[in-house]
Design a binder for this molecule. Structure first.
Ligand SMILES: [Mg+2]
Length: 470
């Protein structure tokens, strides 16, 4: 999964390969004095920032690798993870290296994938298995630092600054060891980016895959990151990219060197933020993993789903569609795991400055009814957001916590909630249809309002971050 579609920077493959080779071979020489840049006026804060050691680790072809790790008979076989049993409408969610070699791409219809590769094995997604592998990988990361911030199921940032300060080992040495251990202990490969900030570390893990380590250092980032198309930088989406392009800004380097005034005019406050990202000045910390809020052990504490919207959400209809889409997947996972939730929370990311906040509500009764969870999330959202042009949103997250097993004894109240029974039956019927005909076979009317959301199931492996996005 998440095989980023790479566009080669200017097609200059050879130069890129050389820089890449240097990036891989040269250990981080953080102590070496940096040549002063004309355009960069760095204060003590930036100097301290540059001494950080941040990894971004990304498990390659995650769903497919986890399936192959779990079932030895599938190793080395062209394999795709695809939407449920219904073959005619199913799509490729993830592909193994062998399937990729046959030209199969994520999002492709299963029938078309089969045409390209006659012996193709198709397996349905098993999110509990992916959760397990995600947890196992984090368990390894934790042996190197307690600062681990997951980004989706298969990616995480690690802050090794403190750990390495007390050790004689180099960052690349530790990256190699982590990579090897994931391979030996989980049977999956990772790509690791090593840098002094989260944005460049993420860029590094995307730069070469699978099974690669790329260091983005103060010495090489201008040769490595700056020639890349601007949208290879985290948070530069399609719409932003188009706006940048119309101002003659095409590469990360263009963005780094653009005038702050121009960027502010074109993109508002976020323009300034993206410029600092491009210059390697992102100083956001790796947030320590909050075990109380996430499932670090076998016990699942909550189910959440969030996503960065394909475009800014600036009207009620779009917001409603997004809330339903997320609430539906959260409720569906609750039902699959046979839980009800007592607490519903939302996380909201503002489009203007990418800031985020959360709100939560405790329900009178635990529920796993899609409509109940969606309505609770919706009420939280409208109580806090105007949902119009004045404050567009970039991302939204819905989480259900305070879990109670479905078969736990429950105090029934009078009068009996007959409507809840009806809604539970309805959800059960929808779940069954989806099991048989695929996730997109039946959709809420609200989701249909926004056509770009219709494709989200296709892209779920790239845009939906089930854990800890906010
Ligand atoms: Mg991945």
């Amino acid at each position: 999964m998440a095989d980023a579609v790479r566009r080669e920077a200017g097609g200059d493959l050879q130069k890129r390969a050389q820089v890449q080779e240097q990036a891989r071979l040269r250990p981080q020489e953080r102590a070496r004095p940096q040549p002063q840049q004309r355009s960069c006026n760095r204060g003590p804060v930036q100097e301290r920032n540059r001494r950080r050691v941040i990894f971004h680790s990304d498990m390659n072809a995650f769903y497919a690798s986890a399936e192959q790790a779990e079932r030895p008979e599938l190793r080395g076989v062209p394999l795709v993870v695809g939407g449920h049993e219904e073959r005619r409408h199913g799509i490729v969610l993830a592909k193994s290296a062998q399937a990729k070699a046959a030209g199969i791409v994520t999002g492709e219809a299963l029938w078309s994938a089969r045409e390209k590769c006659p012996g193709l094995v198709v397996v349905p997604p098993r999110y509990d298995v992916y959760q397990k592998y995600s947890r196992l990988a984090r368990r390894i990361y934790y042996q190197y630092t307690d600062l681990v911030e997951p980004f989706g199921l298969d990616e995480a940032w690690l802050d090794l600054t403190g750990a390495l300060a007390l050790s004689s080992r180099s960052a690349l040495d530790v990256a190699r060891e982590i990579s090897q251990r994931v391979k030996d202990e989980l049977g999956c490969t990772v790509s690791i980016g090593v840098s002094w900030n989260k944005i460049f570390a993420k860029f590094g893990s995307d730069y070469e895959k699978p099974d690669a380590i790329t260091a983005v250092t103060p010495e090489n980032y201008r040769g490595l990151v700056w020639p890349a198309p601007a949208d290879e930088l985290l948070y530069v989406g399609g719409a932003t990219c188009a706006k940048l392009h119309s101002s003659g800004i095409d590469t990360v380097g263009d963005l780094a060197c653009a005038s702050p005034e121009l960027l502010r005019r074109r993109l508002g406050k976020v323009g300034g933020i993206l410029r600092t990202f491009a210059r390697g000045e992102d100083a956001t910390p790796v947030k320590p993993y909050d075990a109380a809020r996430n499932e670090v052990d076998r016990t699942v504490k909550s189910f959440g789903n969030g996503l960065t919207a394909p475009h800014d959400i600036a009207c009620e209809a779009d917001a409603r569609a997004l809330v339903w889409l997320l609430a539906e997947s959260v409720a569906q996972r609750l039902r699959e795991a046979r839980f009800r939730a007592r607490t519903v929370s939302i996380g909201v990311r503002d489009a203007a400055d990418l800031s985020s906040y959360g709100r939560q509500v405790t329900l009178p009764r635990a529920t796993n009814v899609t409509g109940h969870i969606a309505r609770a999330a919706w009420n939280l959202l409208v109580a806090n957001e105007p949902l119009d042009e004045t404050r567009p949103l970039r991302g939204l997250h819905v989480r259900a916590s305070g879990l109670v097993p479905v078969d736990a004894p429950e105090q029934l109240e009078l009068p009996f909630d007959a409507r809840r029974r009806v809604l539970e039956d309805l959800d059960e019927a929808v779940d069954e249809l989806r099991r048989r005909f695929g996730n997109t076979c039946i959709q809420r009317g609200t989701e249909l309002l926004d056509e770009s959301l219709l494709e989200l199931d296709v892209k779920r492996d790239n845009v939906v971050h089930p854990v800890g996005y906010f």
